[in-house]
Design a binder for this molecule. Structure first.
Ligand code: SF4
Length: 256
């Protein structure tokens, strides 16, 4: 875990995106893409254009020890411009490198379940795995090493995205409440989710997150014995990574 982050490594075989909701205002990926423009496959004319980086598809092979990997931190994995075959290749990499844990976070869960299903079917077929051939117990899908999450920055986005996430079969389903822009009531979702990540916005011009909103959400998940990761909070005007809240840091993970 690096510097208060919830992943060990990030892996970005896709870059580029377009804003979709309030949480996108200070998009970190957009700022980084501008810095990289004209280099490392980031288009010089439009560095934040949705772009596939085939040279990065096998990136996780480099890491021998098992890692928790944030997939497509420079994009939204389910952006409408992301092509089926890009997603296929990325998920195939996860399938053939099962020692790592892959965390996919999207603000666009619509249609993702169907897309995943279709990709799983094709990987299964290409690797001779067939649910119907009496090998159901060995059928590896949904992948156990793929954790799916949505971002919910306010109540509206929580109510739009979490119900869709809950319909998608996944080993672990999580929500990133970051940047947390208002109080969110999540009691109806918490029992069905596996993990909550909570944090305020960072950087210049950041919008305020009341610490009470963070504590409220944390308590909502703790009641159901769900792991909570509190990444950062602004306390007495100061941004603190991995803050102590209720006397301790919150750096819990699902068992997976
Ligand atoms: S969805 Fe994510 S990557 Fe895309 S613009 Fe919004 S914050 Fe940036």
């Amino acid at each position: 875990m690096k510097d208060g982050q919830w992943w060990d490594e990030s892996w970005s075989p896709i870059s580029g995106c377009t804003p979709v909701s309030e949480g996108c205002r200070f998009c970190w990926a957009k700022r980084m893409s501008k810095r990289l423009k004209g280099r490392y496959g980031y288009p010089a004319d439009d560095p934040f254009k949705v772009t596939f980086h085939p040279d990065k598809v096998n990136g996780p092979l480099r890491w021998r020890k098992p890692r928790r990997i944030f997939v497509c931190s420079m994009s939204d994995f389910n952006h409408p411009d992301v092509e089926w075959n890009w997603q296929y290749k990325i998920i195939e990499t996860m399938f053939v490198n099962p020692d790592h844990t892959y965390m996919v976070l999207t603000k666009r869960p619509e249609g993702f379940g169907k897309r995943l299903d279709d990709i799983y079917f094709h990987i299964g077929r290409n690797y001779g795995l067939n649910w119907d051939s009496g090998k159901a117990e060995n059928y590896p899908f949904p992948l156990k090493n793929l954790w799916l999450g949505v971002t919910a920055e306010n109540q509206q986005r929580a109510d739009e995205r979490i119900p869709i996430l809950l319909q998608i079969p996944a080993a672990v389903r999580f929500v990133s409440f970051e940047p947390l822009l208002s109080r969110i009531k999540a009691a109806k979702y918490a029992p069905k989710l596996d993990w909550a990540i909570i944090g305020c916005e960072s950087g210049a011009g950041r919008r305020q997150t009341d610490v009470d909103w963070i504590i409220d959400l944390k308590d909502t998940f703790v009641v159901y014995d769900k792991p909570v990761f509190i990444k950062q909070a602004e306390i007495a005007g100061k941004l603190i990574k991995m803050p102590k809240i209720d006397g301790r840091e919150w750096n819990e993970y699902p068992k997976g």
